[in-house]
Design a protein around this ligand. Structure first.
Ligand code: HEM
Ligand code: HEM
Length: 160
């Protein structure tokens, strides 16, 4: 089954929502340090933005996982070596896991005032950045070096 319109839309909406989480986190980091020093929770606009956007990512990723269980995903290009297929699957599932665990660790850090959850949040956001970089590089490698037209799968439903 090719990716459906909903799966494609959700992939790109989640990508867009992740950008402010990485660019605008200063307000949240600052408020969290104040909270841990006993100053109380400060719901400044950037703190609310971080929480609401993070919760939206969580909800949309859970929706994606339900869709994936129901309609599946297209098989990887047939000519691809087994090791690359394994790497692609591992990366996709690791990305899904991180997109669930990152918001959950953030919630535990903020609402439970747990320093360890904040540390996990920070480590996982670094792993997410690294894997997203690998994923994007692999997509471009497929498109422009292997010329499998892989990007079409995530552009139009039923294209490939
Ligand atoms: C996909 C969703 C999310 C992403 C990508 C994300 C990303 C980030 C990033 C990049 C930072 C800065 C870490 C640093 O200081 O280097 C951060 C900090 C933080 N985030 Fe999130 N976040 C997400 C969801 C959430 C949610 C839902 C909450 C819930 C309240 C949250 C709570 C926090 C807290 C408390 C900090 C401060 C941690 C600290 O400075 O030690 N995050 N987040
Ligand atoms: C410019 C950026 C990106 C491009 C060009 C891109 C492209 C693609 C393509 C072509 C696929 C389909 C792969 C296949 O069918 O084998 C895919 C799947 C996927 N992408 Fe991306 N992606 C981008 C960014 C991201 C980011 C930032 C994330 C998450 C942090 C992400 C998460 C995923 C996941 C989890 C899948 C697997 C979908 C599934 O099979 O259920 N992507 N992406």
């Amino acid at each position: 089954m090719p990716y459906t319109r909903s799966q494609i839309l959700l992939h790109w909406i989640v990508v867009l929502l992740l950008i402010p989480q990485f660019l605008l986190h200063d307000g949240m980091s600052h408020a969290f340090h104040q909270l841990m020093e006993g100053a109380g929770a400060d719901y400044a606009p950037l703190v609310l933005q971080h929480i609401v956007t993070g919760l939206a990512v969580l909800a949309l990723v859970l929706w994606r996982l339900v869709l994936r269980a129901r309609v599946g995903a297209p098989p990887l290009p047939a000519q691809e070596p087994a090791l690359m297929k394994l790497a692609a699957h591992a990366t996709h599932w690791a990305l899904y896991a991180l997109l669930v665990l990152l918001p959950l660790s953030g919630l535990a850090a903020w609402f439970g005032q747990l320093g360890t959850a904040a540390e996990a949040h920070e480590i996982m956001k670094n792993i997410l950045l690294a894997l997203a970089g690998l994923h994007i590089a692999a997509a471009l490698f497929h498109q422009f070096v292997l010329r499998t037209n892989l990007l079409a799968r995530m552009r139009r439903p039923g294209a490939v």
